[in-house]
Design a protein around this ligand. Structure first.
Ligand code: ZN
Length: 175
């Protein structure tokens, strides 16, 4: 789990713009970058440095197959489903992005999506449809952008990860 995250260059502005461009539908994107380990700092810090945004098309559609867990929580919630409250990134697109990133010595650090009409907190569906521990960034229409580490344990958890530009300065001076 990262201690915090950093945005390089204009990646944060690009992320917000691409996520919110499709409002009121949910936007989604993959986050590419590097993992920086600060072994000497105490406690040890692991920083996820986001340097490139890979905007994705939200391919969710009614009847699309979710995981069993997600289906259960969807049925419980009984809300009207649409692209305004659901998103799905095409697995084929993830593979293309992964190949592209690898060739440039980058990693897919996680993904981001928007809650145009809500808060920037992982929903029950967000938690349920996560199959492995991952970084998840969520933005809402007020450009409130929050970072979460989704822990894929028995009871799925979203842990907020801090980020701010001051951290970025401290780390860039050291490295
Ligand atoms: Zn969500």
């Amino acid at each position: 789990m990262p201690s915090n995250i950093e945005f390089k260059g204009d990646s944060k502005a690009v992320l917000l713009k691409s996520l919110l461009a499709v409002a009121p539908e949910e936007g989604c994107a993959l986050l590419l970058g590097k993992i920086k380990k600060h072994e000497l700092s105490k406690p040890k810090k692991i920083v996820y440095e986001i340097s490139l945004i890979w905007p994705c098309h939200n391919i969710w559609e009614l009847g699309i197959k979710y995981l069993d867990d997600a289906n259960k929580s969807l049925n419980k919630a009984k809300i009207h489903e649409s692209k305004e409250n659901r998103f799905l990134i095409d697995p084929k697109e993830q593979l293309i992005a992964q190949k592209w990133a690898r060739a440039r010595n980058l990693l897919i650090l996680g993904h981001a999506h928007s809650h145009p009409n809500g808060v920037a907190i992982p929903s029950t569906t967000d938690l349920a449809s996560t199959t492995s521990s991952t970084l998840m960034l969520i933005a809402n229409n007020n450009e409130d952008l929050r970072a979460w580490w989704i822990k894929n344990s028995e009871s799925k958890l979203g842990i907020e990860i801090p980020w701010d530009s001051q951290h970025q300065n401290i780390y860039s001076q050291r490295s």
